[in-house]
Write a protein that binds this ligand. Sequence first.
Ligand SMILES: Cc1cc2nc3c(=O)[nH]c(=O)nc-3n(C[C@H](O)[C@H](O)[C@H](O)COP(=O)(O)O)c2cc1C
Length: 169
Amino acid sequence: MQDIQWNEHIETLKRALSGNGALLVALDKNERANPMTIGWAQVGIVWGRPTLTVLVRRSRYTYSCLLETPDFTVNVPAEGTLSEELLYCGTKSGRDRDKVDACGLTLKQAQRVQTPIIAECAIHYECRIILRKQLSRADFSAPDVLDEYYQDDDHHTIVIGEIVAAYRT
Ligand SMILES: Cc1cc2nc3c(=O)[nH]c(=O)nc-3n(C[C@H](O)[C@H](O)[C@H](O)COP(=O)(O)O)c2cc1C
């Protein structure tokens, strides 16, 4: 395990996000870890802190987890690995199954947050939730984006987490 700067492996994260995705893990109310594949995320400085922002639609089980849990982790697979697992966690819901078990993934205790990391991934971000903001139709000033992404009104919630630990394993 080697600590990294919050912005050190941004290119790897970006390649994962625009490829098969990365794994966002959140604890549900029974403290079961639920991994969900994400393709959208932003890393930067907000409020003078390194932050990782994720966008999660209201229909996801992960959405209900993020409403209650104080933190989450984002786990980036080494390039070209875990493609089956990413597909599974990006198409099946943790509402009615344990995706960690189903995929044979290994949870490992995080350093600074309650939510565990996924041991099979190469880069890990531990995030303390600072803000949750539910989007609605009225928030958009670009009708083309609304039409393209929100025909069904399944708007994203923006969740901004402070990166409290980042490392590679
Ligand atoms: C490559 C990929 C990227 C995805 N990115 C996102 C995302 O950024 N936000 C989101 O809400 N759903 C995203 N999804 C869809 C969720 O991963 C999917 O609906 C998942 O089954 C939800 O799991 P859950 O119900 O256990 O939370 C993505 C799916 C894939 C395959």
